[in-house]
Write a protein that binds this ligand. Structure first.
Ligand code: SF4
Length: 254
């Protein structure tokens, strides 16, 4: 297994939004073990789909950008699903880039192996433990994600916890439970993210309707906590996988 085995669904050579305050290239890796209703990249869930960008092409591009970019972001899908990420991270750090991970925390063992080589991690926490399956479809997903949170908190790596609030599943009491649990585990306060309809499956967009983050978490709840709200058009959204192949800037991550 080498970095050449990485199955890459999309490569964005330049982004200013995926590593706070830094410039980075972004890789979208194929495959995710979960199936969130609001997934913006449903085309990236199936693991058996072949990649569209070979690692050799990524390596060549990165070699030309040494000194011009701060780092390389591994996003998905769920990037830690692929064992080849270990070699890919080693290669990019060997070139002098910071390695950044956007993860749902589904593979705490692999996260543990990666952490010593990572410069920054964005971890998505999706629900209280008891509600994880309702959001992700995964029976053991919650245990894994919260175990990853503990690894991150215990590490020296800079990180952000994002709570993506699925308003079709979660209530304010669930968010209160998440925030209390993060506090109990010594984690930083999270960013509350509004789920976006861009790229999501039509049935989810219909279920979501006009419900927004503020309908679940009123504006005056959790004063001082950052909110990430971005309204996007719902009609005629392109396939994210198609868009990624041609895109030359910006990305959404998990
Ligand atoms: S939202 Fe993230 S964790 Fe959920 S299915 Fe999509 S890629 Fe996987």
């Amino acid at each position: 297994m080498t970095a050449d085995d990485l199955v890459i669904a999309g490569f964005v050579p330049f982004s200013a939004i995926d590593w706070p305050g830094k410039l980075a290239a972004v890789l979208f890796l194929q495959g995710c073990p979960w199936n969130c209703g609001y997934c913006q990249n449903p085309d990236l869930i199936e693991s058996a789909v072949p990649g569209v960008v070979p690692w050799t092409q990524v390596r060549e591009t990165l070699e030309q950008r040494v000194g011009l970019l701060d780092g390389v972001v591994f996003s998905g899908g769920e990037p830690t699903q692929q064992p080849a990420i270990l070699d890919a991270v080693a290669e990019v750090t060997g070139l002098g880039f910071g390695a950044v991970l956007h993860t749902n925390g589904a593979y705490p063992d692999r996260l543990s192996e990666l952490l010593p080589n990572l410069a920054w991690v964005g971890l998505d926490i999706k629900a209280p433990l008891s509600r994880y399956q309702a959001v992700t479809g995964s029976r053991r997903g919650g245990e894994r994600a919260w175990a990853s949170l503990d690894l991150l908190v215990a590490s020296d790596v800079d990180y952000e916890v994002r709570v993506s609030v699925d308003p079709t599943v979660l209530k304010l009491s669930d968010i209160e439970e998440i925030v209390a649990e993060l506090e109990r585990r010594g984690a930083r306060m999270p960013v509350l993210q509004e789920v976006r309809s861009l790229g999501a499956r039509a049935e989810y967009v219909a279920r979501l309707g006009d419900t927004r983050l503020a309908d679940v978490v009123p504006e005056d709840a959790f004063p001082g906590m950052e909110r990430r709200v971005e309204h996007a058009p719902t009609a005629a959204a392109p396939s994210i996988r198609e868009a990624l192949v041609t895109r030359d800037g910006g990305s959404s991550g998990d």
